[in-house]
Write a protein of this length. Sequence first.
Length: 234
Amino acid sequence: MSRQLALLERAQQGDDDACRAVLEENEGLVWSVVRRYTGCGVETEDLYQLGCIGFIKAVKCFDFTYGTQFSTYAVPKIAGEIRRFLRDDQAVKVGRTTKEKGQALRKIREQLRSSLGREARLSELAEASGMTAEEIAEIDLALAAPESLQQENGDGLTLESVLGTDAPEESMVEKIALREAVDSLPEREKWTILLRFFKGMTQAQTARIIGVSQVQVSRLERRSLEKLRRQLEE
């Protein structure tokens, strides 16, 4: 048994010294997650303390039979503790105007879906709402759920899985980072990712809404995912 696993086992048995030793050895791991949340309106040291709480919970709950590395198990626990605080404390806020526009868009989408018998195209939604395609995309991204990385599209794929990063929990662990990455894409590529991985649509459905062929959607998706991968590797 490795030294870390031995420390983990002792920590789970109530050895405080072992628990502190594991935390000290993994301080860099905690900071790697904390850095993703800097600029959210919470002091960095406070974020680190939250990360430590998440880390200790991971120590207590880690199952040696999982067949995964402890660090792989710990990262989402650390991130989850920070996200929970930010959500409960409302440190990450969506403006009232954006919320109101989002509610209006939902009503318009429902009305168009009812009258057209299908999902409205982007141009139709823009015309009915009086908003630009860019405004609609920004509103949808701002109101997207934090779990978007695990949202399956119409083909059963998730953004996390297709990006293929070695440690997706570390590279894009929170809503803000994902939004910024997608926001940097050109409009059509942004809409492709939004509809495919935030709205859970198939390539055919996405093609109808954007007003292009399914082949073009496939190309847009491939190009935008490659750009996101490059951003994650920087």
